[in-house]
Design a protein around this ligand. Sequence first.
Ligand code: CTP
Ligand code: MG
Length: 236
Amino acid sequence: MVPAAGRGERLGPGAPKALRELGGVPLLVHAVRALARSRAIGLVVVAAPPDGVAEVVALLGSHGLDGKDVRVVAGGATRQESVRLGLAAIPEEVEAVLVHDAARPLVPVEVVDAVAAAVRAGADAVVPAVPLADTVKRVEPQEPGVPEPVLETPDRSALRAVQTPQGFRRSVLHEVHEKAVAEESAGGLPPVTDDAGLVERFGGRVVVVPGHEEAFKVTRPLDLVLAEAVLARRRA
Ligand code: CTP
Ligand code: MG
């Protein structure tokens, strides 16, 4: 399932991020094709911007997707809600679900295959991740313009930057999303930024497999510059 309903505020003004183009093709189409390239994938469900469902249906219909079944639903106000709405469109008998950001258009098929294989091998939740290049510090956040005191420097060798697709046993993903909705309506915790985070919150076990530097997320304008360069290199 592909959450694609975000506005892309950090990318700047323009169309919703999933519909912005990379090499003349929308990010969403790249992301769906990247999944469809894997033999492990049978069905792709897209959570589209709520006011862009018809546009996304037309877009995906007009691009070749290796004969894979594609469904489009309206996404929600948060990524978490978009994933929950997308999950509802996946048939009960499906046992494994991969959740992949539309904003990661260049994920190599090897990563998709590795995540799917780890779920098939019995893991409840699998995330692809890469080691960090930068040292990371935890700070005491301040108002803009005020220097932030450092609280600690975690051991970088034990940190990972997490990517998508994240893979799940369908029943596990469904259960944690239902629990999250119940908790939120009880005035509970804020939405998480990835699905594995929900599994962790409710005590499940999540494992990491190797990600890939080309599975980076297009978040800010510079990421789009890098993505264009990677695509140009692939096409060369
Ligand atoms: N997403 C979604 N529904 C939302 C918010 C985000 O389906 N309500 C999706 C985005 O479309 C994206 C993925 O979640 O594919 C990762 O989110 P992010 O990179 O944060 O994208 P945006 O939320 O669109 O960007 P920003 O936070 O800069 O506005
Ligand atoms: Mg966002």
